[in-house]
Design a protein around this ligand. Structure first.
Ligand SMILES: [Zn+2]
Length: 170
């Protein structure tokens, strides 16, 4: 589970593992804004609700752009749930990862080289580049600047708890 870390002025700074958020909280550097009600952190001597959102309370931290975690879910959301070759709508479960530059030929698994595709297009493209397969990408894949909005399924599938939305809106 991750925790959303906010600056003093409530701007999103970073998505951190909850353990890191706990460490910051124990050292008094953050306050807990929201907790995961259904999850607790336990040890023999304490039990706390796992923090979902924390905010810096001391010192000014430089604002940094929040980096969106790379996952099938976030790529699916970035690509608006559409096959990037034929534009057909795909549920998350139907979508496949397509490496634009094939993995077998050094293509990386990255925002810039992965798109979602339907099975048909993925199979048709096979081990070729779009150019070789005479297929066109509908958009140039990039790292999204903001957390994309989920387009399919419940929000938690995207690793984004409901409470985070308030702070992540543009
Ligand atoms: Zn397709």
């Amino acid at each position: 589970m991750d925790t959303l870390l906010l600056s003093q002025s409530f701007e999103p700074v970073e998505q951190v593992p909850w353990q890191r958020a706990m460490t910051l909280w124990m050292s008094g550097r953050v306050e807990v804004i929201e907790a995961y009600g259904d999850r607790q952190v336990r040890s023999p001597s304490f039990a706390y609700d796992m923090p979902s959102i924390v905010r810096y309370v001391r010192g000014r931290r430089p604002y940094r752009q929040m980096r969106v975690k790379f996952s099938k879910q976030s790529v699916h959301a970035r690509d608006k749930g559409r096959c990037q070759y034929c534009s057909i709508d795909l549920r998350l479960s139907e979508a496949t990862f397509d490496h634009v530059q094939p993995r077998s030929r050094g293509g990386k698994t990255s925002w810039e080289n992965v798109v979602i595709a339907c099975r048909k297009c993925n199979q048709r493209k096979g081990n070729r580049t779009p150019q070789e397969a005479h297929m066109r990408l509908t958009a140039v894949p990039k790292r999204p600047a903001k957390l994309p909005r989920p387009v399919d399924g419940p929000h938690w599938q995207y690793g984004m708890p409901e409470g985070w939305r308030l702070y992540l809106r543009a």
